[in-house]
Design a protein around this ligand. Structure first.
Ligand SMILES: Cc1cc2nc3c(=O)[nH]c(=O)nc-3n(C[C@H](O)[C@H](O)[C@H](O)COP(=O)(O)OP(=O)(O)OC[C@H]3O[C@@H](n4cnc5c(N)ncnc54)[C@H](O)[C@@H]3O)c2cc1C
Ligand SMILES: *[C@@H]1O[C@H](CO)[C@@H](O)[C@H](O)[C@H]1NC(C)=O
Ligand SMILES: *[C@@H]1O[C@H](CO)[C@@H](O)[C@H](O)[C@H]1NC(C)=O
Length: 478
């Protein structure tokens, strides 16, 4: 399997817009979009010019790490990568960043200046506005889990080409998960806190712990869990925020670099489910530092958690930029440059967590499968008033199942997982994960929240002619 050209959007660097039809791909699952034009603005005036004279509809994009149709447009795709400014205001404890700035770079630059975002997503390769766009979340019931929730002001070019600044909750509660449907965001101001460190501990349990995970997550600064159903084990990550003076330079490797050589070696047995069971065991072993296979897995990927000396450790202290988040870089060193990855992700009200687990166990008993990547991943977020957030008005457990796509076909148990969690335990699909086809099949079964209705109304006043809409907004009724 050869590595794809992940995006052709960058070819128009010299011109403001390029008129040939242009295709670009979601990096994770290689979902392809075809636009008529692409643009690569460097100034706000250039964005305004594109909106006033270019070919609608318009779609701003970040790092293309979403897998759904949310990134596609039939008109003009606007690559926001040039907007990567960074400026800290120590008086107000805020940072103002360009919308295309990558989260990992922002958190690292904040660290150098003695500050941090209180929480981040677990993957750092996404852009600020793109992460807000789909409501990308981390895992904490104690702090703000989403970038949008930390946002106190943003600036955007609207459908009529004017520049607007939003800093009132009545607007921001729609922009915090904007799906790219409201305008082109070029600048975002986020709350920051004095720099701290994270003390992380990895534990492993038999799967009887599953029903207690919601309780274990409560009152933690950050808490995550991975369920490996075939080996009947659960791994947890408990993170406590500690004083910045605490010694330690730990590194967490959830999404590490994988060398192209190893990727090529791994691609040989991809279609054998039996090998996926071996990989499931290898990933579990890497997470818990299983001595027997550690040396083998460390050839494939660095240890899951290390104090910074390259050796596995079940606990470590380090900065949030390297302990809550991880990033593969360059993109050719990310697993998905050689493998198409399917990501099925649903947000379930925490009261229904036990029912959700019973559903997954039932699916597994009918269709046994192994998970070669990170098992079934659980994360937690508090309720919010943000209109399109999957956590709208309810405490949430995010349940995610990532697996490999063989010969372009997603495994069918993924859609069963989505359908049953959506219809039986009021699950809400992650806007930036799940595939285009899964959205068309399952989203119509999902309850429309009051928040979604409010967003639809807001979008119709701010963009009355649908300049920023696409097929995905049509599916959502926006
Ligand atoms: C390996 C990996 C790990 C991930 N981990 C997490 C995780 O921990 N938690 C989580 O919740 N998600 C996670 N995701 C999903 C990812 O965070 C989201 O899909 C996120 O939206 C991607 O951001 P992006 O910069 O790539 O934006 P894109 O995918 O390019 O765009 C996303 C949306 O934002 C809009 N947009 C982007 N920039 C602008 C702008 N300047 N103005 C207006 N609209 C804009 C787009 O139109 C689109 O609607 C992960 C994805 C991958 C590949
Ligand atoms: C939709 O909401 C109703 C009322 O709250 C509830 O009874 C039903 O189970 C929900 N259905 C889904 C698919 O979430
Ligand atoms: C542009 O649209 C915004 C949002 O609807 C509106 O508030 C503003 O008055 C409009 N400006 C012009 C010049 O039409």
């Amino acid at each position: 399997m050869k590595r794809p050209i992940v995006s052709t959007v960058g070819i128009c660097v010299l011109a403001l817009t390029c008129s040939a039809s242009v295709t670009y791909k979601a990096k994770l699952n290689w979902h392809e979009c075809t636009a008529q034009e692409s643009a690569y603005p460097k100034t706000v005036a250039e964005i305004q010019n594109i909106i006033q004279t270019g070919k609608p509809p318009f779609k701003a994009i970040g790092a293309l790490h979403s897998t759904s149709d949310v990134i596609c447009t039939s008109g003009t795709v606007i690559n926001m990568a040039s907007f990567d400014s960074f400026s800290i205001d120590t008086a107000t404890h805020t940072v103002t960043v360009g919308s295309g700035a990558h989260l990992q770079n922002v958190q690292s630059a904040l660290q150098s200046a003695g500050y941090a975002l209180i929480h981040t997503t677990q993957f750092g390769g996404i852009s600020i506005a793109g992460g807000m766009g789909t409501g990308a979340h981390g895992s904490t019931l104690r702090h703000n889990s989403n970038l949008g929730e930390m946002t106190i002001q943003l600036k955007a070019v609207l459908a009529n080409g004017t520049v607007a600044t939003f800093n009132q909750d009545s607007d921001l509660r729609h922009w915090r998960t904007h799906l790219g449907f409201l305008g082109v965001v070029f600048e975002v101001t986020l709350n920051i806190v004095p720099l701290f460190k994270v003390h992380a501990s990895i534990s492993h349990y038999s799967e009887s712990i599953l029903d207690d995970l919601g309780t274990l997550a409560t009152d933690q600064d950050t808490f995550m869990a991975w369920w490996y159903p075939n080996i009947e084990k659960v791994v947890t990550y408990t993170g406590k925020f500690v004083d910045v003076a605490t010694s330690g330079s730990g590194v967490w490797n959830l999404v590490p670099d994988v060398s192209p050589i190893v990727q090529d070696l791994l691609s040989v047995p991809l279609d054998l489910q039996a090998d996926w069971c071996v990989l499931e065991y290898a990933t579990y072993s890497d997470m818990v530092g299983n001595v027997l296979v550690r040396d083998v897995t460390s050839l494939i990927r660095p240890p899951f958690l290390t104090t910074g000396n390259g050796l596995y450790s079940s606990s470590a202290v380090g900065y949030p930029a390297s302990m809550i988040m991880s990033t593969c870089s360059p993109e050719s060193d990310c697993t998905w440059s050689s493998f198409q990855v399917a990501s099925f992700a649903v947000a379930v009200p925490i009261e229904r967590f036990a029912d959700a687990i019973a559903i997954i166990q039932d699916i597994l008993s009918k269709t046994p499968f192994c998970l070669p990547l990170t098992g079934i991943f659980f994360r937690f977020s508090a309720a919010t008033d943000t209109s399109m957030a999957v956590e709208y008005k309810r405490t949430t457990v995010h349940i995610e199942l990532d697996t490999l796509i063989v010969d372009g076909v997603e495994p069918s148990y993924g859609r069963t997982f989505l359908r049953r969690l959506v219809t039986e335990v009021e699950g809400r699909m992650h806007w930036g994960k799940n595939s285009r086809d899964d959205f068309y099949a399952i989203y119509p079964l999902q309850n429309i929240t009051a928040g979604t209705k409010e967003f639809i109304l807001y979008a119709s006043t701010i963009d009355p002619n649908g300049v920023f809409r696409n097929d995905f907004s049509t599916l959502l009724g926006v």
